[in-house]
Write a new protein. Sequence first.
Length: 131
Amino acid sequence: MLTYFLLTLSALVVIVNPVTKAFVFISLTQEKDDAEKALIAKRACLTALGVMWTFALTGPFLFKLFGITIGGFRIAGGLILFEIAANMVRHGAPPHNEHAEDHSEKRKALGNDDISIIPLAIPRTDCSFLP
């Protein structure tokens, strides 16, 4: 039981990536006071927990509904990761200052000034190769 718990915990830590999320949280909440930071952190944690539980409970049903096998899912995930890596090799990694620019104007223009959902609870990935 302890082995299963440690294996699951390590997989969850790799998936959630709390170290990177901490840096993103700090950089995006510099101008906010402690009460706002606590609210954003609480909302992000609850949203991430909800998403994980939703997919944990409905994942097997969705796989069965669409006829997706674990092997097929692994192959699709590998292809997506390969495409992301190939784009990074071709075009290089994005510059570090790209994430440092002020995104508040973009979020306000889109009507989304809440950072607790995206990018904290649900990471946004560049999937420009997808339709």
